[in-house]
Design a protein around this ligand. Structure first.
Ligand SMILES: NC(=O)c1ccc[n+]([C@@H]2O[C@H](COP(=O)([O-])OP(=O)(O)OC[C@H]3O[C@@H](n4cnc5c(N)ncnc54)[C@H](O)[C@@H]3O)[C@@H](O)[C@H]2O)c1
Ligand SMILES: [Zn+2]
Ligand SMILES: [Zn+2]
Length: 391
């Protein structure tokens, strides 16, 4: 089959590889009908997350048709079913899964020993996302093996198109969880850094959850326009001061709730000297991530506020104003998304027409065009906000 394969930093190719096979009784194989490139894939593209190996198949946002099931699926799925595959692989039976904490499932990470050493305790297996999270082949491919498939799936009603359903596997619940983690009150200002696909979903989620005011920050004009269309007031951090604008919009008190939808690859710019220092430290391996957004959020957030972090961080960060965070009594919430925790609610909202997540798609192309689309998405060329690939 054809698949997008990681060969090293900024080197992803569309290769011919062997088809996946059933390896365990709880496996299923799907024929992928749609998959997407996620901001998290860019961190792998740039080799910022450890434990990728040449030959790894990329992709963790995908859906398709079930073509084969293992003997232990017990009727949970059958050939011909149309499913979205959540990026977090869940066993459905461990202590964490029982609590709905699916992104820290205790059984699905087959490289648990390595992850225990790096993180203290292992997290769940993820598709196409390094050997630290199991080294499972991803879904930017014609076929995908889904482990624990009796639990690791979202059935899609026929009434929804692929484009409407696909993002239930990652960016929609990610933006939603980020907003839910803010405990949004009707009097709240929610400030959201990053108007990429995750930021866009977080904006609409914060609006749906009833925030008084949603403010979105980025520097890419078409992403800011899309944010505005979703109901946000926007700040272009290249032309105005984020801290001053946010204070102006909140009678000098700062936003109660702050969401980091940027993560470890904050833009490096002359106007933000700390980003230059982070970049320099990254080059000599003194720091792994660029946490400018975290610093800005801690500084501007209203005392007793909440900092919600869906943006991915990989390792070690410097110069975090922890004294400010502690003394202001801020609450931090973060994590990879517990995708299936939110499925029923979000599927219903799509079916009721409260939201159609396909609004974010700007490019729909073949799998073969994947390698060049990684660059287009990374560089924000051609108005690119979200890429869907059709294997
Ligand atoms: N927690 C999860 O489960 C989960 C799931 C999906 C994605 N993510 C993460 O969410 C983050 C965003 O993903 P995406 O798909 O939207 O990616 P993206 O790269 O398209 O979006 C990031 C946006 O941040 C903007 N940005 C950069 N520096 C900024 C700054 N200083 N202030 C404001 N905006 C800034 C960029 O211009 C870009 O529009 C990534 O870190 C990704 O790994 C996490
Ligand atoms: Zn993702
Ligand atoms: Zn589990």
């Amino acid at each position: 089959m054809k698949a997008l394969v990681w060969h090293g930093k900024e080197d992803i190719r569309c290769d011919t590889v062997s088809d996946p096979e059933i390896e365990d009784a709880r496996d299923a194989i799907i024929k992928v009908t749609s998959c997407a490139i996620c901001g998290s894939d860019l961190h792998l593209f740039h080799n910022f997350i450890p434990a990728m190996e040449p030959g790894d198949i990329m992709g963790h946002e995908m859906m398709g048709e079930v073509v084969e099931v293992g003997s232990g699926i017990n009727g949970a799925l059958k050939k011909g079913d149309r499913i979205v595959v959540p990026f977090t692989i869940l066993c459905g039976e461990c202590d964490q899964c029982k609590r709905g904490n699916f992104s820290v499932c205790e059984r699905s990470n087959r490289n648990k020993d390595m992850a225990d050493k790096v993180f203290g305790h292992a997290t769940a297996g993820l598709f196409g996302y390094t050997h630290l999270t199991g080294g499972y082949p991803g879904g930017q491919a014609e076929y995908l093996r889904v482990p624990f498939a009796d639990k690791t799936h979202i059935k899609v009603p026929d009434s929804l198109t692929d484009e409407q359903a696909l993002f239930l596997g990652d960016i929609f619940p990610t933006g939603w969880q980020a907003a839910v983690n803010c405990d949004i009150q009707p009097t709240d200002t929610v400030a959201i850094w990053g108007c990429g696909p995750v930021g866009q979903m977080a904006i609409r989620s914060a609006v749906l959850l009833g925030a008084k005011q949603v403010v979105a920050i980025d520097c890419i004009p078409e992403r800011l326009s899309m944010a505005e269309a979703g109901g946000a007031i926007t700040i272009n951090f290249e032309t105005e001061s984020v801290v001053e604008r946010l204070n102006d919009l909140t009678t000098g008190k700062g936003p109660e709730k702050c969401i980091d939808a940027v993560g470890l690859e904050s833009h490096v710019s002359m106007g933000q000297p700390d980003t230059l220092l982070d970049r320099a430290k990254q080059m000599v391996m003194l720091e792994s991530d660029r946490p400018h957004v975290l610093r800005e959020m801690i500084y501007v957030c209203r005392p007793a506020g909440i900092i919600s972090i869906p943006g991915v961080y990989g390792g070690l960060i410097d110069k975090i104003p922890f004294g400010a965070a502690m003394n202001k009594g801020l609450t931090f919430r973060m994590g990879q998304t517990h995708v299936n925790r939110w499925t029923d609610d979000l599927l219903k909202r799509i079916q009721e027409g409260q939201i159609d997540p396909s609004f974010v798609i700007t490019h729909s192309v073949s799998l073969e065009q994947g390698p060049e689309m990684y660059k287009t998405f990374r560089d924000k060329h051609d108005g690119c906000i979200k890429v869907v690939l059709k294997p």
